[in-house]
Design a binder for this molecule. Structure first.
Ligand code: HPA
Length: 274
């Protein structure tokens, strides 16, 4: 089983290595409505997922499904333009397949973005929240099953998933750019339902500031594979006690797109410092 998984992954990695003209050390995963970042990339190669051996294919609206190799603000990057969500029905190992590929390609830093609902009463729609920590509420884990000790530890330590060094750089750059950012805890849930008012309240009481349907599995595998992880949420709707919004997927995408210019500026400024 492990041998088979290793061979599957190796086939994907070898295909990409044969095509790659750069050696990116940074991977960026684009969240819902945040695909506009690709406009800023000097694209060297853009590969539809369907053309990559053993790579999953994404189904959700607003997620295109290409792997991009290029330069962003002069820095070499590989960009996952369309992620795989647990709510689409993919097993956790498929959701996090790209992170294993990134690690295999020699990536050292993983940048994750997402759209999320804000529970913290100081948050507003359009805010950027830098993720300090997470709560895994998926009811599953991408590392379940036999462990491949050549990839990472059986019981990975999660005491510091999100790099304090990268958080510090993000705060410094945001300040210099005059972009207001929040910092907080992200709680990852399976979805696909948005939360009931009681669920938003419960998650806030648990210690989360924002809730979303991604990022946690990828961050876990990032840490497992020894990557330095940075993540942020764009707050697209509010689940604040007494003011829970009736969010739709379209509104989430629109709010994320509205916050996109600031997100793009922040990432571009951070990259040379990483
Ligand atoms: N809940 C869960 N996921 C989300 C939300 C939300 O309110 N907004 C965007 N993604």
């Amino acid at each position: 089983m492990l041998e088979e998984r290793r061979e599957t992954l190796q086939k994907t990695i070898e295909f990409l290595q044969n095509r790659m003209t750069i050696q990116p050390k940074i991977a960026i995963v684009l969240g819902s409505g945040l695909g506009g970042l690709t406009k800023e990339i000097e694209i060297l190669d853009e590969i539809p997922y369907g053309e990559i051996p053993n790579f999953p294919v994404s189904t959700v609206k607003g997620h295109k499904g290409t792997l991009i190799f290029g330069r962003l603000n002069q820095v070499e990057v590989v960009v996952l333009n369309g992620r795989f969500h647990y709510y689409e029905g993919y097993p956790m190992q498929t959701v996090t397949y790209p992170e294993h590929v990134f690690a295999g390609l020699g990536v050292k830093t993983l940048i994750l973005s997402n759209a999320a609902g804000g529970m913290n009463p100081t948050f507003q729609v359009g805010d950027i929240m830098l993720i300090r920590d997470h709560i895994n509420m998926f009811g599953s884990n991408p590392l379940l099953g036999p462990n491949d000790d050549t990839l990472g530890p059986r019981f990975p330590n999660m005491s510091q998933v999100y790099s304090p060094r990268l958080l510090k750089i993000a705060h410094q750059k945001a300040k210099a750019l005059g972009i207001h950012v929040q910092e907080g805890v992200y709680i990852g849930v399976s979805g696909p339902c948005f939360e009931t008012p009681s669920e938003y309240k419960a998650y806030y009481i648990l210690g989360a500031d924002a809730v979303g349907m991604s990022t946690v599995p990828e961050a876990i595998v990032g840490v497992y594979r020894g990557l330095e992880v940075f993540a942020f949420s764009v707050i697209t709707d509010l689940g604040i006690v007494g003011q829970v919004m009736e969010a739709t997927h379209e509104e989430v995408l629109a709010a994320a797109t509205g916050a996109e210019p600031n997100m793009v500026k922040l990432i571009c400024e951070m990259l040379p410092e990483i």
